[in-house]
Design a protein around this ligand. Sequence first.
Ligand code: AMP
Length: 396
Amino acid sequence: MKTIDDYNFEGKKALIRVDFNVPLDGDFNVTDTSRIEAAKPTILKVLEDGGSAVLMSHLGRPKGKVNPDMSLSHIVETVSDIIGVEVKFTNDCVGKEADDAVAKLEEGEVLLLENLRFHDEEEAGDEAFSEALAKHGDIYVNDAFGTAHRAHASTTIVAQFFPNNKCFGYLLAKEIDAIAKVMQTGEKPVTAILGGAKVSSKITIIENILDKVDNLIIGGGMTYTFIKAQGGKVGNSICEDDKMELALDILKQAKAKNVNVYLPVDVLAADDFDNNANTQFVDVDKIPDGWQGLDAGPKTLEIFKQVILASKTILWNGPVGVFEMESFAKGTIAVGNYIDEATQSGAFSLVGGGDSVAAVKQFGFDDKVSYVSTGGGAMLESLEGRTLPGIAAILD
Ligand code: AMP
């Protein structure tokens, strides 16, 4: 696996795909700079070697049309502040203006290209457009995990124009390492905690990780499909009746593969999907009619705790309750605390995919786990066992 450390950028232009798809407020101020901070080490390495950096990214979903609201010009100042270099900007990512700006770029300088998705060709993975982008650099560096699952021009196709000069930036390399630690090289016991709303959105992940984990903790809305399939009463809880057979099959597969499955045994049930609803703790398989399970109960959390604290490698994807409502966030917070404790005792913990990162950030666990993935969809697809096109293009 070639990373940026395998290259010396002295006198070279690095064409770096970053993920600067950052949130902006009504006055176009960047409200969360973490993606820019995350790309900083890669950019600094190039500059410190004596090279220059041409940065390319998308912002929002302009769908192939120029849209001033989604111009990357809004973030130039913020990027300059974070990198510590005055960043130059071009109003288009290809064409004469971009070519001229790249030609003028000197050692130690940084140029940010306008939003790639102002061109249809970006998402279409157009070859001629990719070739036009490729002219901007001597070495291609992909540091955008969040788009690595897309075969777009700047994430995948452009790599073919750098047969011997392409590599992963630090951020993408860290993501690949973290996934490998969980899926291939993790110290045992390996535990996956899967929560979230629906079995249907996690099924491919579950099937893929059954070969890789020792323990599988299932929580959140997914629980009730499993419980009902086993003959339990789930009241009004979220449940996918058409996935019950699949749920039983997963339990059978897990048994055959010697994976211990832990489902909730008690839950906090509510008489409405509302923060102020009446609540009671009930056995997971005896939820009264009109009530729905919205968080894990104390007996369940005690079991989850023992399993998590005994784990050496932990993957967390999805909340174990409706964490957006304070009344039903305690289970998710408790799980975060157990993972924190296990991590402090030496376990490797990875959080990622879909909404998990939002929950982790909301409760301040992002500094307490070993690694928080920067890519929701890309992480989900990695956990499903798929090879991401952006990663494959560098390895090719
Ligand atoms: P996902 O994106 O699949 O990880 O799902 C996250 C969503 O699952 C969050 O918005 C939670 O509110 C929701 N969720 C978790 N537990 C439950 C539950 N018991 N009932 C309904 N929704 C839930």
